[in-house]
Write a protein that binds this ligand. Structure first.
Ligand code: DCP
Length: 716
């Protein structure tokens, strides 16, 4: 259900930028000879020429629509150029479109906070840029207003027949009598026009934009004049815009809520909502939704533009319609493996390029039972903690599928059906990875270090997963671990009506990216909470993830993985019998580090530390919670106890024995890795080794403590 958010400020300048016939433009850039010709992008399926998923504006003039198949398009426009979407692993490969979208985002984000809303849509908060322009360089002071800005459509601007439209726009932009809000919008017009021209120049893509005081209005406006134009919604035009707008066109009203408004309340346009007092709407739809409806009727929306240039989740899916439905478990497993392979690749490149990790794996499916009285029953979505590595993702996704199938058709049905068709079919499958959060900067450095090492070490990393409580999150899912995704908002879901109103039977694999961006909108609050909690204990899972990505880049040493997983599962089973997994002495990362050649980076500090380590039996002791105790304090303690460097937090705990204590020998830390650690950690170590020399910053980023890298040995 939508939730009302108070309008943060009524003087914001928000733009919604939407690429024009995006996939077509990407294909036309690859094949410039297609420019200007009626063109459409079709899915790879050959049946009747494949389904159209993007149609150029030239083709639209002939009546070609996205709902058509290639053959139909040829009928209405014989000269249409049909380009097949690239294919990989038997399904659409959207990577080219994704990265084209990223090119655009990187340009748009130069002028303000930027939220990537789908593969080809972006919200921009240009308030600061507009305020600055108004203060320093207002439109009236400009010698010339850009032609592109003059082509803007300003809703409510009276363009009587015969009047010079551009001149009207120029006058509107330059109005001295305008209130502050309109003046800001005028600046927004200039900024967005400039950005769009920049996008065209750098990427060769055209886009359209809506400019308003909030996201809702900007989004409504961006599609009003396409292609390659911009539309502005001054406050005075909001009522006029909403009065006649069909209720189902509003975001979040394309589904059940919209239907209920139409059938139960007789509301057909957004304007119709104005007749209801807020209390009445709250009575019918609950306090939050009621207020939200009351607000949208008046064009009020407080939703902020989130600073997010990257997707909130990754998904890979495929539909199997009609005779292509999957009817045996091995057939499902085959496709799941393909989907997981793609998902894993994307997770690894996200980790590599953006230093982010996902935490939840979700499986969605659509299914039917041929002899079913209960045909309404849906295949339940299932999720579990995400473990990195293709083989692990494949295994977990398959387990999720089996758990879902058990629930869908009943345990005995699954048991008896084997490889034979037993009355069910899967018409779509998707796997998604969500709860993606950035990893602390330092951990990437460790990941980079591992990249240079031989794969044989990675089987020895497996015990890392058992080091502490985080390991539980990485365990293979037993049936009890599965949790149903109750809220469709929580994870990537199948396309819903409101997002895909123009389509009849959309192909899941072609839509996934758009869905990725669109469906997670309500996850934001929980995500940020997770983010906070997560940064504190990310390291073990990161290492597991790094290992997984290395699996891929280093020819997948599957046998090692399988062996390790066996070991891992047995640990897990022990844990599930009620015992806590015990730390096994020296953390494996230290073992791992010790087995590498020392000094690969030829560092003087490494050598210095090595010397120190050889010459003393100093032990580094780290309080797990050193919050509130500066590193300087830690080094002071180290000074008092030269043979036992410790954080003051630890020192105190040691005294009262209330908290668990953890310790390391300096000689257990291989000096060769020190220089690859993040500067904060280096400082921390230096402070222990030379408490007088090093005066590190007192502020250590959360998740960037040495204890996050060197998992602790429990002090006996
Ligand atoms: N897309 C898809 N399957 C769909 C709808 C869209 O694969 N059922 C892809 C192809 C589109 C891209 O997403 O190019 C963006 O979708 P839009 O709805 O924004 O449509 P276009 O950009 O193609 O056209 P427009 O100019 O109308 O926005």
């Amino acid at each position: 259900m939508p939730v009302a958010k108070p309008e943060s400020s009524d003087s914001r300048v928000i733009a919604h930028v939407d690429m024009d016939c995006f996939y077509v433009q990407v294909e036309q850039r690859k094949q410039p000879q297609l420019r200007g010709l009626p063109t459409a992008v079709v899915q790879y399926n050959e049946w009747k020429g494949g389904a159209l998923i993007a149609v150029s504006y030239e083709a639209r003039k002939f009546g070609v629509k996205r709902s058509m198949r290639g053959a139909e398009a040829k009928e209405v426009c014989p000269q249409i150029q049909l380009v097949q979407v690239p294919v990989a692993r038997g399904k659409a490969d959207l990577n080219g479109y994704r990265s084209a979208g990223s090119e655009v985002v990187s340009i748009l984000s130069r002028r303000g906070r930027c939220e990537r809303a789908s593969i080809d849509e972006v919200y921009l908060d240009l308030t600061d840029a507009a305020e600055t322009m108004l203060a320093e360089n207002p439109p009236q002071s400009l010698e010339k207003i850009d032609e592109e800005a003059l082509k803007s459509h300003i809703l409510g601007l009276n363009n009587e027949d015969g009047s010079d439209i551009k001149e009207n726009v120029r006058n509107w932009i330059n109005r001295h009598s305008a209130d502050h809000r309109d003046k800001l919008l005028a600046c927004g017009i200039l900024i967005v026009a400039e950005l769009r021209m920049q996008v065209l120049k750098e990427t060769e893509f055209t886009c359209s934009a809506g400019i308003a005081h909030n996201k809702m209005l900007a989004k409504l406006a961006s599609g009003m004049n396409k292609p390659s134009q911009q539309t502005v919604v001054p406050s005075s035009s909001v009522n006029g815009l909403l009065n006649t707008l069909p209720i189902r066109k509003m975001k979040q009203l394309g589904g059940k809520l919209g239907i209920s408004l139409q059938t139960d309340m007789g509301v057909n346009t957004v304007g119709d909502l104005l007749q209801f007092p807020e209390e009445k709407l709250q009575e019918r739809y609950g306090v939050n939704t009621g207020t939200w409806l009351w607000n949208i009727a008046r064009g009020i929306s407080g939703e902020a533009v989130e600073g997010r240039l990257l997707p909130k989740s990754h998904g890979s899916g495929k539909t199997f319609t009609g005779p292509r439905a999957l009817k045996t478990v091995p057939a499902v497993q085959h496709w799941l493996n393909q989907l997981c392979e793609e998902l894993s690749e994307r997770l690894c490149s996200d980790l590599d390029q953006n230093k982010r990790m996902a935490h939840t794996l979700t499986l969605h499916a659509r299914a039917y039972k041929s002899s079913d009285s209960d045909s309404q029953k849906k295949f339940p979505s299932k999720s579990c903690p995400l473990r990195y590595g293709t083989a692990k993702i494949q295994e977990d996704a398959f387990n999720l599928f089996q758990a879902g199938l058990r629930e869908y058709i009943g345990f005995y049905g699954v048991k008896t059906q084997g490889n034979h068709y037993s009355g069910w079919g899967i018409t779509s499958l998707s796997v998604s990875a969500s709860k993606i959060v950035p990893i602390p900067s330092g951990t990437c450095s460790i990941a980079k270090y591992f990249h240079g090492q031989s794969t044989s070490h990675f089987s020895s990393m497996q015990p890392l997963d058992n080091v502490n409580g985080e390991a539980m999150l990485l365990l293979p899912p037993g049936s009890e671990c599965y949790s149903e995704v109750n809220s469709p908002k929580a994870e990537v879901d199948f396309p819903k009506e409101e997002s895909w109103t123009e389509d009849t039977v959309p192909e899941l694999d072609l839509q996934e990216q758009k869905v990725n961006f669109l469906k997670d909108e309500d996850l934001s609050s929980s995500l940020s909470k997770t983010q906070d909690g997560f940064t504190q204990d990310i390291s073990p899972s990161l290492l597991s993830g790094t290992e997984a990505c290395l699996e891929q880049s280093q020819n997948k040493q599957e046998s090692d993985i399988t062996k390790d997983e066996g070991q891992f599962k047995s640990e897990y089973n022990k844990e599930r019998k009620g015992k806590r997994v015990k730390d096994k002495g020296t953390p494996s990362i230290l073992e791992l580090f010790k087995s590498y050649n020392p000094y690969p980076f030829g560092s003087s500090f490494s050598q210095e530390l090595k010397k120190t380590a050889e010459g003393t039996d100093a032990r580094l002791t780290i309080g797990l919670e050193s919050k509130g105790h500066s590193l300087a304090e830690q080094s002071e303690v180290g000074k008092e106890k030269p043979m036992h460097c410790s954080s003051s937090g630890y020192g105190r705990d040691e005294g009262d024995g209330r908290r668990e204590a953890w310790s390391y020998s300096i000689d257990e830390i291989d000096p060769s890795v020190i220089d690859e650690l993040p500067p904060e950690i280096q400082d921390e170590i230096k402070a222990w080794v030379h408490p007088h020399k090093w005066r590190p910053n007192n502020t250590v980023r959360r998740g960037c403590k040495i204890s996050h890298y060197f998992s602790p040995t429990k002090k006996s």
